[in-house]
Write a protein that binds this ligand. Structure first.
Ligand code: SF4
Ligand code: SF4
Ligand code: SF4
Length: 318
């Protein structure tokens, strides 16, 4: 009898960092090979979609899906893995919330294609060819995935059992999640695994003195006080709008939190919460002045929804 777990790992619209996070578990990655039979992992092992298609429904114990859903191939593989797996895990911020690829929901497919294929200086001058889902070369029909108008979270296309947050999830968290699966110790379905119910600020040891600021700074614009809350020094730290669990990695290293763990449980919209927190630290009660100071930030929407635009109330801004 084969008592190893049968697992699949897949990347949708992803940067590869989540797959590297699995490899970053160092020698534990060898344990993964011992504990589990990997049926699909495009970045690391051979495995064909047709092999997964041929499995009985629910045959796989766990599927880890990283990356957002950007095109029809991402969606089709998500649906196939859902059908073939007992447990489906959204791995990393892109699958969880839409992530960095979700920032593309500030524009349209037509604008993205125009920038990438028509205005790009590395494209031959005068090019007017755009990718099409079906095209012909002689008698051969070529098929490409359909590029969607917007970016989706994994949960927008399939039922998700668990979420492993982070961009990427920390290697210790990956290890803990895999061990929990092996030991049958996963929490209640729907949980965000390895994260806290608190906001990051509650676990951050930087001192809060309720200081107010006149303007915001980017990290290179000012020498920071290593003890004081970054937000109270004018650095845009997403701690008030972010779920704790990463070990306060960024503020402890002198960098503002960017929000990759997503909102805490009671926060419905991470960006709205962050803008509210930024407004509250500004030394003014005049709404116009507060708007003006926020508007000096180079990309307010990008700060507010760096990882969560497809998860927000807006979902897209165009
Ligand atoms: S969550 Fe971060 S590391 Fe993972 S695929 Fe998305 S951008 Fe890359
Ligand atoms: S805003 Fe950032 S630096 Fe300040 S307490 Fe919260 S997490 Fe820490
Ligand atoms: S501090 Fe914020 S951005 Fe950094 S790892 Fe933690 S949640 Fe992510």
């Amino acid at each position: 009898m084969n008592d190893r777990l049968e697992i699949a790992l897949y990347w949708g619209a992803a940067c590869g960092g989540c797959d590297v996070a699995v490899l970053d578990t160092d020698e534990f990655v060898l344990d993964i090979g011992r504990l589990a039979r990997i049926r699909l992992w495009p970045i690391a092992v051979d495995g064909k979609y047709s092999d997964i298609e041929a499995l009985d429904d629910g045959h796989l114990d766990v599927a880890f899906f990283n990356g957002a859903v950007r095109n029809s191939e991402n969606e089709a593989i998500a649906k196939m893995l859902r059908q073939k797996s007992k447990v489906m895990i959204a791995f990393g911020a892109c699958a969880h919330l839409g992530g960095i690829p979700g920032l593309a929901n500030q524009t349209t497919r037509a604008e993205i294609f125009s920038r990438a294929y028509l205005e790009n200086p590395s494209i031959q001058s005068g090019n007017i060819t755009l990718p099409a889902s079906h095209s012909h070369v002689g008698d051969i029909e070529l098929v490409l995935p359909v590029f969607y108008e917007q970016v989706y979270r994994l949960a927008d296309v399939v039922d998700v059992d668990y979420y492993l947050p982070g961009c990427p999830p920390a290697p210790d968290q990956v290890k803990a999640a895999i061990l929990a699966i092996v030991q049958g110790a996963l929490p209640e379905r729907g949980a965000v695994v390895g994260a806290s119910e608190r906001a990051l600020c509650e676990d951050c040891t930087r001192e809060k003195k309720e200081k107010k600021i006149q303007r915001f700074f980017r990290p290179h614009e000012k020498i920071q006080d290593p003890e004081l809350c970054l937000l109270e020094q004018g650095f845009v730290c997403a701690g008030p709008a972010t779920r704790s669990g990463c070990g306060v990695r960024c503020p402890d290293s002198g960098m503002p939190c960017r929000g990759c763990y997503g909102p805490p449980p009671k926060v419905h919209d991470q960006g709205a919460k962050l803008v509210s927190a930024l407004s509250s630290v500004i030394d003014s009660k005049d709404p116009n002045e507060i708007d003006g100071i926020l508007a000096e930030l180079p990309d307010v929407l990008g700060y507010a929804y760096r990882f969560s635009l497809p998860d927000s109330t807006l979902r897209r801004s165009l």
